[in-house]
Design a protein around this ligand. Structure first.
Ligand code: SF4
Length: 330
């Protein structure tokens, strides 16, 4: 893969979970299509937003990309300095060697931090596990990364409970960055924080991206959060991407009715963005998807083919991609 090409190319990625009947003669009675035929690229240094309601499959997609879950099918090509590897097909041992290059930052920093470990031990633990540093070098790297995320070197001897929510998220970021990753998946990384602290952490993530040439996938349920950090956004519904477009284009004129509903739910949209409906009904159950477009039971624009023919994600002339019969003839 040449440098100008994507750092990450996801092609037709699916993650399905079998549903089994109870009892001694258990058999498969259904399938949860948590992630279904998802494709996108992420360029080096880019931030791609991955958004949708709870249960839309965005976190499962992120975890499958990083091989925390084994994909059912599809490819996840990841560019290294001299070659490209398919993470979906990589044996565990080869995958382990690549783990430092792909890190995740979680929503609730406190739950992912061991309260009995000092901050220094928490942040340095990945280096110890991967046998990448010890002794003085380990100590120096911990101090360096704490400073990069806006904490102090002396904070390393304290415990997580001594820190505010925003500081604990900085500790989580430091723990991810100490491995010198190329790709960082931020899974609802600022969702649990107050709005003012959210802004500080997003600014920090942007500064670190410039400084360390990081590539982000920013998973969030709130399009408003993604707007400030992502150049492009992929909107997921019922395990599939329904719209993939530049973030500002989505805010100026979302194409898919589901994306329009998400934009309308952002607390402080631009005054010139006039969205006049709210989304009714529950998110589709990935174990019992309706025929045709999975969104049709909730869609204010559904029409004749929508409950029969499933729309594919296809490009428009301007490069945006949308899965909707309003924009493509079935
Ligand atoms: Fe609505 Fe039909 Fe488009 Fe689905 S395909 S989003 S039901 S208009």
């Amino acid at each position: 893969m040449k440098p100008a090409q994507p750092l990450l190319r996801v092609t037709a990625l699916s993650k399905h979970f079998p549903i089994h009947s109870r009892g001694f003669f258990s058999r498969q009675v259904g399938t949860v299509r948590a992630v279904d035929d998802v494709s996108f690229d992420v360029a080096p240094g880019e931030t791609l937003g991955l958004v949708g309601e709870s249960g839309c499959g965005k976190t499962t997609a992120a975890r499958t990309i990083l091989r925390a879950l084994r994909p059912t099918s599809g490819r996840v090509e990841f560019a290294l300095a001299d070659r490209c590897v398919d993470l979906a097909a990589l044996p565990e041992r080869a995958l382990k060697a690549l783990r430092p290059r792909m890190q995740m930052i979680f929503q609730d920093p406190f739950s992912s931090l061991n309260p009995r470990m000092t901050v220094g031990a928490i942040v340095g633990e990945p280096l110890v596990i991967h046998r990448m540093a010890r002794g003085r070098e380990l100590e120096d790297r911990v101090v360096d990364v704490l400073r990069r995320v806006g904490l102090k070197g002396e904070h390393r001897s304290r415990y997580p409970h001594a820190f505010s929510g925003g500081q604990r998220q900085r500790i989580g970021i430091a723990r991810a960055l100490i491995m010198n990753p190329a790709l960082v998946v931020c899974d609802e990384a600022v969702s649990a924080l107050d709005v003012s602290v959210q802004a500080q952490v997003i600014n920090l993530l942007e500064d670190l991206q410039d400084e360390l040439k990081l590539t982000y996938i920013f998973v969030a349920h709130d399009l408003g959060v993604v707007r400030h950090i992502s150049r492009r956004v992929a909107v997921m519904y019922a395990g599939r991407i329904v719209e993939l477009a530049p973030t500002e284009a989505v805010f100026k004129g979302a194409l898919h009715p589901y994306t329009r509903a998400l934009v309308s739910a952002v607390p402080y949209p631009d005054p010139d963005v006039r969205m006049n409906f709210r989304l009714a009904g529950e998110v589709a159950d990935p174990a019992h998807l309706p025929q045709g477009c999975a969104f049709h039971p909730r869609c204010p624009d559904r029409h004749a083919p929508c409950d029969k023919v499933r729309p594919d994600l296809r490009p428009l002339a301007d490069g945006r991609r949308v899965a909707c019969h309003l924009h493509h003839k079935p």
